[in-house]
Structure formats: structure tokens, C-alpha cells
Design a binder for this molecule. Structure first.
Ligand SMILES: Nc1nc2c(ncn2[C@@H]2O[C@H](COP(=O)(O)OP(=O)(O)OP(=O)(O)O)[C@@H](O)[C@H]2O)c(=O)[nH]1
Ligand SMILES: [Mg+2]
Length: 650
């Protein structure tokens, strides 16, 4: 099985780019390779990087558990062999990989159809992950939880989870994604899906044979179909219907012969998962998507999936299919524990990752791997990670990084009869657990605590925020010992006012791709030897109720107004008045930024001051500063003023 295949070194290179982001995730440089220990003949000593997969097709079949297994296996293998879908004459016979009891009297048989000459043989890490997830989280899978596999390769864990009912997102680098796409398609999770967009209310015409007679029944508008054969030059496609109504299979035209209007368009939508009931088994979904290990990108992916899933549910008219799971999970999360405004994506309940840490092959890409896991793992989710031990593998450093924010259990995987695999199950720490400990502990300096918080909270990661219940967060803020020359600045204002842009401009970061803030951003700005920890909180209406969580221990309030938006001036003034009436913000200096002054229609700062009746504020020092976050004007002046008044107060 494990013949080394020519060219497998090149293939290694493609997985090595997992999470590639200069300079960390990279192949070792020539000089570093030279420094690695070698034997007398000059060969690298003891380094055995993972063999990444050449194509391998995985199938699964349901079977009856009570039947004679040997006989059953033989029959299943024969069935696969006779399908002839993916094999030619010379191909190796299919091979039974594993059997998993999944429901009453049912086993799932995972089979592999190796393409000619394929050498992939290191199943241990994937099997270890499957084992763990099935043993401990089968009910989650069957309830349709969301699973994200990172670096999926040929995707054994993804297929197993989807077969049990989970909504799976299998990800790998763009260059590695083909194997998984083929495996998904071979198992009935089509990846080439089209949606009927033409034909009006009657739908589009279908023929049974190519060029044959038009059927009576049409393919309904919005139906999702799987592409079986595409003949673009003939403007024809053979399809299998996945949702909607109409003939199950047939030929359709892609665009209307006159006028060129499309009748079908390719889509990322997938038919919704069917949840399973006790004793039965469901059928999940698999979406295969390229993903580099990068926190924000992964979070964006989650958001996109939410949209796709709800669109698919709507189209299938089966909106209730997933609601019960969601409702139950959210009920558990909401009461005063976590802050997840509407519009925040549902994160991954289970994150899977097999054999993706090996420094000789992938460099330090584990750093991005951990960041990605942190950004997508739901507050009560779990990450299951298998690690094949190799020389100089970097696994200890990976685990140390993981432990910075996550709690984990680690053990040797014995079931795979392979002593060289570690399994890690990581979760967010329980309420307060980790961070309060670290604040109280003499071993941990404030400095270290600050870094941990900043690490966890960079970007707009609500999943990280969700780790604290309210009290937890407030206690932490109270306990943070403040340096005399350090101040905590709270920056608020309506959505779209320009808060995040101001923060980024002040810290000289790129402002061309700013998204509405879903959680908050913290930045430490150093000015005149003074450190300003600025908290920029999202201003959308759904997030405003959470502003009060951040009032504690603030030294100043910066309130940002979009001067170009006269219509919302009243709303902005109302929010400001409410803030000024808050006890916890009592007496602290107020800086109002009249932002977007670079726009022609901007209202001048003095008019805004008059409209907001700032002159009536008598319980604190305040000022209004005209500024533009776009060109930076006025920002420094505002901050100078702020430092001046905070210093005076101190
Ligand atoms: N012309 C101009 N546009 C600006 C200025 N400041 C911000 N913008 C734009 O206003 C939009 C909103 O900016 P953000 O910084 O995201 O606003 P925000 O207050 O952080 O919004 P939320 O995160 O939703 O609370 C972006 O498109 C910015 O490019 C400015 O000074 N001039
Ligand atoms: Mg913002």
C-alpha cells in the first residue's frame, strides 16, 4: 500500500502551502535544511514528512449490522466494483477501510477505490479523528451540527460526518481541493450544482433523450439540479434533480435559444441536510471550499455558508428542517452569557483537522491553523485534531500556542494500533476559568494577560468574546492593573460613522477594506509616551444594547458622528444623550469627532455642536473636533486634546 510514488515530493509542496502567509508558513529555506541533522551519507536523519494524498476515491455504503459481515463486505465491494464509475480495467480493487455502527441495525462502510498507482496509505490520523468524533459526538452529527474540516485532503472525516447527518464544510488549499470534490460527488453530495432561473412560473422544458421529445412535466423554477453531463457547445446539460419538482433526470437547455437569457445558473447552493431521528440515519451536506488558514477569511466563509444554507432551505420549502437545532443551541447560549448580535454567523460546532502539523513540510503554518480554529469554533464547540508524531515535527510548539486561549485534552490514540498519533480535543475554557486564573496567579504578569486578551480579541471575533459571560469580562477589566500612563478609551457612535476607519488611520493601517464591526476592535495607540487602549465597538442597532458591557473603567469617551448624514443626526444625538446619562460614564471627558469632513455635504462641526446642544453639557470636559478618517485630518488634534485632559485628571 505504501509504495512511494514518483512525484510525491512535488505534491508535498502543495500541502505545504496550507495557510501559507509569508513569512511563517513556508517551506524551510535551503540554509535551514542544511542545519537539519543528517546521517553519514548526507540523507536527512529521521525526518519523515507526511505523505499527502494523490487522488483517492472514498465511497460509503449502508449495510445491515446483523448480517454476516464477511459476506456483506464482499457483496458491497462487488457492488462498488461493478459500478465502474471511477475505475478502468487496470484499477486496483476497492478496499474496505472501516465500518462504523451508525444507527439501529445499520453500519456505515467506508470503501476506497484507489486510482491506478496511488500510494496514499497513512489513514491513521484521519481514522483517529473519525473515531473520536463518532464516539463522543454522534448525536451532534445526527442533529445536523456544523462541522468544519481544515486541510481535508481526501476528506475521510468529512465524509463520515456528512453521512451521519452533519452539515460539513470541507476545506483545503485551492490546489488540493479536487480530490475532495470528487469524493463528495462520488458519494452523492454533488459539487456541480445548477439552479433553474428561467422559464417563469411553469419552469423549463425537459427532454428524456438528447434532442428528444419535450416531456409534459417541466423542471420547476428554483429547482437545484446536479450536472451529469455538460455539452456547452450544444447549449445542453444532462441533469439529476436535487430539489424542486419535475422529471428526476433529463436534458435541458442552458440558455434560452433567443435572447440569450440563462435558464440555469451554476450555484454554490446545496440541498438542505435531512436530519435523522432515533434509529434512523440522516443525510447531511458537504460543501467543498478552498480556504487558506486565516482567521478573518474563515469567519467570512462561515457567514457565506449561513446565507447559502438559509437560501437553500427557502428554495426547498423546508424551512423547518434545521430550525429546531439552531433554536435549542441558541437558547443555551443567550441568557446573559454570550454576546452574539443578530447577523453574527453560526460558527462550527466541530472543527476537524488531521495530520496538518509537521514543521519540516509545512513550516510554522500551525500558528495560522490555531488562529483559524479560534475564529470559527463556536463557544461550546470542540476541535478534534490528530497529530502524527515525526522527528522535529513542531507539535509541542503548536500545542503551546493552542493552550494560550483554549483548554485541551491530549492523549495517544491507541485504537488505530499506531502508537505514533496524538489526539487533541480542544474547547474554549469554561466561564472565567482560564483568564481569571491567570489574572490572580502570581506566575502571570498583567503584561501576559493583556497580550492574551488582545490576541483573542483582535479582528471582530465574537466567538472569542463569547467566552466570557458578562461578569467575567467586567471582573477582568476591573482587575487589569492600569499603568499610570495608560488609558482606556471607549469609542462609540452609530454604525457607519467611521469609528473603525478612525482607529485604523490612527494606527496607520490600510483602510480600503473595512467591514461593519460585528463585535469590537481593540488597538493600543502610543502617543507622547502615553498608551491609549482604544475600544471600538460596533454601532449597529442590534449591537448597541451591548455597549454597556464596555463602560467599566473607561477613562474617556470618543463619540463619532457621520457629519455627511444629516438624516441620522437626531438618532446620533439621542444615543449620545443616553450615554451621558450613564452612571458608569459619569464625569469622564468626551471627545466628539465630527467625521467625514472631506465630503462636500458634510455639516460643519459647530452646526453639529448646536444641533446636539453640546453646550448644555456641564458635568464633564468636552470638545468637538472636525475630522476626516479618510485623509487623517483632525484626528491627531483630537487625540492630543484627549491626552491633555486625561493627564490633567490624573
Ligand atoms: N469619505 C469618508 N468616508 C469615511 C470616512 N470615515 C469612514 N468612512 C467610510 O464610512 C464607512 C463606514 O466606516 P466604518 O469605519 O466601518 O464605520 P464604523 O463606525 O466602524 O461602523 P460600524 O462598525 O458598523 O459601527 C466606510 O465605508 C468608510 O470608508 C471619512 O472620513 N470620509
Ligand atoms: Mg466599525
Amino acid at each position: 500500500m505504501s509504495k512511494e510514488r514518483p512525484g510525491s515530493k512535488e505534491r508535498l509542496g502543495s500541502k505545504e502551502r496550507l495557510g501559507s502567509k509569508e513569512p511563517r508558513a513556508r517551506r524551510l529555506g535551503a540554509s535551514e535544511v542544511q542545519r537539519l541533522p543528517r546521517d553519514r551519507s548526507g540523507k536527512l536523519n529521521g525526518i519523515t514528512p507526511p505523505t499527502t494524498s494523490p487522488s483517492s476515491h472514498l465511497f460509503f455504503r449502508w449495510g445491515e449490522a446483523q448480517k454476516d459481515l464477511a459476506e456483506q463486505n464482499e457483496r458491497t465491494l462487488e457492488q462498488i466494483g461493478s459500478q465502474g464509475e471511477l475505475q478502468d480495467e487496470e484499477q486496483e480493487p476497492p478496499e474496505l477501510l472501516c465500518e462504523i455502527p451508525v444507527a439501529q441495525n445499520h453500519v456505515l462502510r467506508m470503501l476506497r477505490q484507489p486510482p491506478l498507482g496511488s500510494s496514499f496509505s497513512d489513514w491513521g490520523p484521519s481514522v483517529a479523528v473519525c473515531d473520536q468524533v463518532i464516539e463522543n459526538h454522534r448525536s451532534w452529527l445526527r442533529a445536523g451540527c456544523r462541522v468544519l474540516e481544515l486541510g481535508c485532503g481526501i476528506g475521510l472525516p468529512s465524509l463520515v460526518c456528512a453521512a451521519l447527518g452533519a452539515r460539513v464544510v470541507a476545506t483545503d488549499l485551492p490546489s488540493n481541493i479536487e480530490d475532495m470534490e470528487q469524493n463528495s460527488a462520488a458519494n452523492g453530495w454533488p459539487q456541480a450544482v445548477w439552479r433553474v432561473v428561467g422559464g417563469g412560473s411553469e419552469g423549463i422544458p425537459v427532454t428524456k433523450e438528447r434532442g428528444g421529445k419535450i416531456e409534459k412535466e417541466r423542471l420547476s423554477q428554483d429547482a437545484l439540479v446536479e450536472e451529469l453531463e455538460l455539452r456547452k457547445e450544444l447549449n445542453l446539460m444532462r441533469y439529476r434533480r436535487l430539489t424542486g419538482v419535475g422529471p428526476k433526470e433529463g436534458w435541458v437547455q442552458l440558455v434560452r435559444p433567443y435572447g440569450n437569457r440563462p435558464l440555469l445558473v451554476k450555484t454554490e447552493l446545496r440541498p438542505p441536510a435531512q436530519r435523522s431521528h432515533a434509529g434512523a440515519f440522516g443525510r447531511g451536506t458537504i460543501i467543498v471550499v478552498p480556504l487558506r488558514w486565516e482567521a478573518q477569511e474563515a469567519l467570512n466563509l462561515m457567514r457565506r455558508l449561513d446565507d447559502l444554507e438559509s437560501a437553500a432551505l427557502e428554495l426547498s420549502g423546508n424551512e423547518r428542517a434545521l430550525k429546531p437545532v439552531k433554536a435549542r443551541r441558541e437558547e443555551k447560549l443567550i441568557p446573559n452569557q454570550v454576546i452574539r448580535p443578530d447577523g453574527f454567523p453560526s460558527l462550527a460546532d466541530i472543527v476537524l483537522c488531521s495530520d496538518c502539523v509537521c514543521e519540516p513540510a509545512y513550516g510554522e503554518s500551525w500558528e495560522e491553523l490555531v488562529e483559524t480554529i479560534e475564529s470559527v469554533m463556536s463557544p461550546d464547540g470542540i476541535a478534534i485534531i490528530s497529530l502524527r508524531r515525526r522527528s522535529y515535527d513542531g507539535i509541542e510548539r503548536f500545542v503551546q500556542r493552542l493552550a494560550r486561549n483554549l483548554r485541551y485534552e491530549r492523549y495517544r490514540h491507541r485504537k488505530s494500533e499506531d502508537a505514533g498519533i496524538d489526539l487533541i480535543c480542544a474547547t474554549w475554557p469554561g466561564k472565567r476559568e482560564q483568564f481569571e486564573d491567570s489574572v490572580d496567579s502570581p506566575r502571570c504578569s498583567t503584561q501576559c494577560f493583556n497580550t492574551a486578551v488582545l490576541e483573542a480579541y483582535k479582528l471582530d471575533k465574537f466567538c472569542a468574546l463569547a467566552r466570557f459571560d458578562r461578569m467575567g469580562l467586567l471582573n477582568i477589566l476591573k482587575k487589569m492593573k492600569k499603568d499610570e500612563r495608560e488609558a482606556r478609551i471607549l469609542m462609540l457612535g452609530l454604525d457607519n460613522a467611521g469609528k473603525t476607519t478612525i482607529l485604523k488611520t490612527l494606527s496607520q493601517e490600510d483602510i480600503s477594506h473595512i467591514m461593519p464591526t460585528q463585535g469590537f476592535n481593540i488597538k493600543s495607540l502610543v502617543q507622547d509616551g502615553f498608551k491609549l487602549n482604544v475600544w471600538d465597538i460596533g454601532g449597529q442597532k442590534t449591537i448597541r444594547p451591548y455597549w454597556s458591557n464596555y463602560f467599566e473603567s473607561s477613562d474617556a469617551l470618543v463619540y463619532v458622528i457621520d457629519s455627511s448624514d444629516r438624516r441620522r443626526l437626531e438618532e446620533s444625538g439621542q444615543e449620545l444623550r443616553e450615554l451621558l446619562a450613564e452612571d458608569k460614564l459619569g464625569g469622564i471627558p468626551l471627545l466628539v469627532f465630527a467625521n467625514k469632513q472631506d465630503l462636500l455635504q458634510a455639516t460643519p462641526a459647530d452646526e453639529i455642536a448646536a444641533a446636539l446642544d453640546l453646550a448644555s453639557i456641564s458635568d464633564r470636559t468636552w470638545t468637538i473636533q472636525a475630522c476626516s478618517a479618510k485623509d487623517g485630518s483632525g484626528l491627531e488634534d483630537g487625540m492630543q486634546w484627549l491626552i491633555g485632559v486625561i493627564n490633567e485628571k490624573a
